[in-house]
Design a binder for this molecule. Structure first.
Ligand SMILES: NC(=O)C1=CN([C@@H]2O[C@H](COP(=O)(O)OP(=O)(O)OC[C@H]3O[C@@H](n4cnc5c(N)ncnc54)[C@H](O)[C@@H]3O)[C@@H](O)[C@H]2O)C=CC1
Ligand SMILES: O=C(O)[C@@H]1CCC=N1
Length: 263
């Protein structure tokens, strides 16, 4: 039995717990100062009372608190790691590099830096992974296997984590904003809100399925919808003249800028 222990019980921890909960031979436990017990009860896992207890019971510890809480949590973990240096510490802290984690926890710590997204809850996640030099090949393979269980995972150079965080980590929020904007625009044209939400979701789901077949690039696909001289082309032209691509580029840049401030 492998025990995975979470420090932090927020949105990301909960998504990971859901994604892994039907994995045979895995037990999940969680610690968070105020919400741990309630989250554990809701997700039917075990709550533990302290960082020490989480550490001692876990084979793999997931740091899933806000990046700024690392300074608070690290001294306890650093001390515990002196007693059990083999524990694998997997961080999901946005923007926090392996070298910062090593500075906080000790240079010999077995650190994995990951960047999952909330879609892991439905096993449709994306996770970027980088390993500290201290991890052997077998451990890297085992951790990689856990993250591919709930979606796609790639080992990527840390320099790419900022852009990937904006794209894959924050991206679900931006896609949700797009769905919401489509639905709101239909409501403004007289469609009932429930109907607009349902139609927008079905359309986006269908589009993603077709695009995922990779038979056309997104641009080719868009052009296949645009009947020459037709209505889609008129809407597309407004999308371009109103600066849709520029807005997205600025959104990604602002997300990356903030992410870079956490290290
Ligand atoms: N939400 C997301 O989509 C993603 C989040 N992340 C990372 O996951 C981490 C958590 O983010 P969210 O779940 O969104 O935040 P959240 O605010 O939903 O959850 C944070 C959790 O950490 C706990 N916490 C706060 N201070 C703590 C401390 N000193 N010791 C132990 N636990 C503490 C809180 O009680 C809460 O359970 C962040 O580092 C974030 O960068 C990474 C990728 C995606
Ligand atoms: O908003 C954040 O800072 C985290 C990192 C990626 C998604 N959520």
């Amino acid at each position: 039995m492998l025990t995975i222990g979470f420090i932090g019980a927020g949105h990301m921890a909960q998504a990971m717990i859901k994604g892994w909960r039907d994995l045979a031979e895995v037990r999940q436990i969680v610690y968070a100062p105020n919400s741990g017990a309630a989250v554990a009860e809701q997700l039917q896992i075990e709550a533990v009372a302290s960082i020490e207890e989480t550490f001692m019971q876990s084979d793999l510890l997931i740091l899933a608190m806000p990046p700024k809480a690392l300074a608070e949590v690290a001294p306890t973990l650093q001390m515990l790691l002196m007693l059990a240096p083999q524990k694998i510490i997997t961080s999901v802290l946005g923007g926090v590099s392996i070298s910062s984690l090593q500075a906080a926890l000790g240079s010999q710590a077995q650190i994995v830096r990951t960047l999952p997204n909330v879609n892991v809850a439905e096993k449709e996640g994306y996770t970027a992974i980088a390993f500290a030099g201290t991890l052997d090949a077998a451990t890297r393979g085992a951790v990689f296997g856990l993250f591919t269980y709930f979606g796609r995972a790639d080992e990527l150079p840390e320099e790419q984590f900022g852009a990937i965080s904006a794209l894959a980590g924050s991206g679900p929020a931006f896609v949700a904003a797009f769905v919401n904007a489509l639905s709101a625009a239909a409501v403004a044209q007289g469609i009932e809100s429930e109907v607009a939400d349902k139609v927008a979701l079905q359309m986006v789901n269908g589009t993603m399925k077709v695009l995922s077949k990779h038979e056309q690039t997104p641009t080719e696909f868009a052009h296949s919808v645009m009947t020459p001289g037709g209505s889609t082309a008129a809407g597309w032209s407004t999308l371009e003249s109103e600066g849709f691509a520029k807005t997205i580029a600025k959104t990604i840049a602002a997300t990356m800028q903030k992410n870079s401030e956490f290290d």
